[in-house]
Write a protein that binds this ligand. Structure first.
Ligand code: SF4
Length: 115
């Protein structure tokens, strides 16, 4: 099986050709080793950082932006978004605070202050 994907590790955006043959992955088109790693991961176990917002219960009409502490498996994105949507947190919140612990192997971290 062959897949053509774009490396998103840096702005250069190399066009990668990934071939998976009998469990062996070969990557062509990468200008650096990071592209090979990205191509293999993307075609065997794709992950993504997730960003979202969480309602701040003690501030009227206020949400805080959040992100996962690490990339999570792509197939878990809708599950993690659902869990985030069902949560509320209390201010004050500071950038870097863990606002939800251990969702699908990642913590959910605030990316802005709400004082
Ligand atoms: S292969 Fe290397 S140079 Fe090309 S986009 Fe990926 S990280 Fe950047």
């Amino acid at each position: 099986m062959k897949r053509n994907i774009t490396c998103i590790v840096c702005p250069r955006g190399c066009a990668l050709e990934v071939e998976i043959n009998e469990g062996k992955c070969t990557v062509k088109g990468n200008a650096c080793p990071k592209g090979e790693t990205y191509g293999i991961d993307e075609c065997t176990a794709p992950t993504r950082m997730v960003t979202s917002i969480v309602r701040v219960a003690n501030r009227e009409d206020t949400m805080v932006s959040v992100k996962t502490s690490c990339p999570i498996p792509k197939e878990k994105i809708f599950d993690i978004m659902k869990e985030i949507r069902n949560n509320e947190i209390l201010a004050p919140i500071y950038i870097g605070d863990i606002v939800i612990k251990e969702l699908f192997g990642a913590d959910i971290i605030a990316t802005k202050d709400v004082l």
